[in-house]
Design a protein around this ligand. Structure first.
Ligand code: HEC
Ligand code: HEC
Length: 193
């Protein structure tokens, strides 16, 4: 008697679990504005901003950094990498991605302080948190090597990056005209010919 009662409960439980995805799907039918499928919503957490998150990365606001680190390429917002990554980059400037970057000690100190205090760990931007989360403890030298950024671009054909107008995946601003404002939203993306 006791055993069969247990069986009934287990069966009811299984039935309810089976129904769960359907209830989510039907609930979504009311929301005609959102074209996303219920299963996309479960995996896509992009639209859930909470109060403590800012939508965009803080734009670069340090003149020394802008001048020295924006001379050869776009001046990346510090929130795009963890402090550990910036530390590694600064300690290896003589062999910087095949280039020699020379900085006087004073500029280096200013840039180091700026990067450490505004790195991803100290940013309230949604993207910074997602980059950190995707990295775990890792501290890569490239933003383009972080799983979050790679995932966001995996649908792009790699030939696109070799277009003269782009050159490399590192050239954020070629396709994100609003990158300087810290805005990388896909709504603003424009891939040049
Ligand atoms: C002399 C030119 C030069 C200067 C100055 C320079 N860089 Fe670079 N940097 C490069 C090159 C070249 C690359 C590789 C770009 C590529 O792969 O297309 C690069 C790549 C990077 C990347 C990786 C981009 C990616 O793919 O995610 C970061 C981060 C970076 N630089 C940070 C800095 C910082 C911080 C400074 C200032 C201290 C700086 N750079 C100054 C030449 C320079
Ligand atoms: C060749 C053009 C191109 C380059 C270069 C590029 N991106 Fe993108 N990026 C895109 C496109 C296209 C998307 C939209 C992908 C999608 O939604 O399917 C995107 C999406 C993103 C997203 C997610 C936006 C969203 O709304 O979810 C972020 C963040 C981002 N890029 C950051 C960067 C950064 C940082 C760099 C430079 C290190 C960079 N991108 C370089 C084309 C580019």
């Amino acid at each position: 008697m006791k055993e069969s009662k247990k069986m009934v409960l287990v069966l009811i439980g299984c039935f309810l679990l089976f129904l769960l995805p359907f209830s989510v799907a039907f609930a979504d039918d009311d929301n005609h504005k959102d074209p996303k499928k219920w299963y996309e919503k479960i995996f896509d957490d992009d639209d859930h901003d909470d109060d403590h998150e800012s939508k965009y990365l803080t734009p670069v606001n340090n003149e020394t950094f802008k001048q020295e680190c924006g001379a050869c390429h776009f001046a990346y917002q510090p929130g795009l990498l963890p402090a550990g990554s910036w530390g590694k980059i600064l300690s290896n400037l003589p062999a910087h991605f095949g280039e020699e970057v020379s900085l006087d000690q004073e500029s280096k100190n200013i840039i180091n302080e700026y990067l450490q205090s505004t790195a991803a760990e100290n940013s309230s931007a949604k993207r910074a948190r997602k980059i950190l989360k995707s990295l775990g403890e890792k501290t890569p030298l490239r933003i383009t090597k972080t799983p979050y950024i790679q995932e966001k671009h995996h649908e792009l054909d790699s030939n696109i990056f070799s277009r003269q107008s782009i050159g490399s995946p590192s050239n954020c601003i070629a396709c994100h005209p609003t990158a300087e404002q810290g805005n990388y939203d896909d709504d603003f993306v424009k891939i040049p010919k």
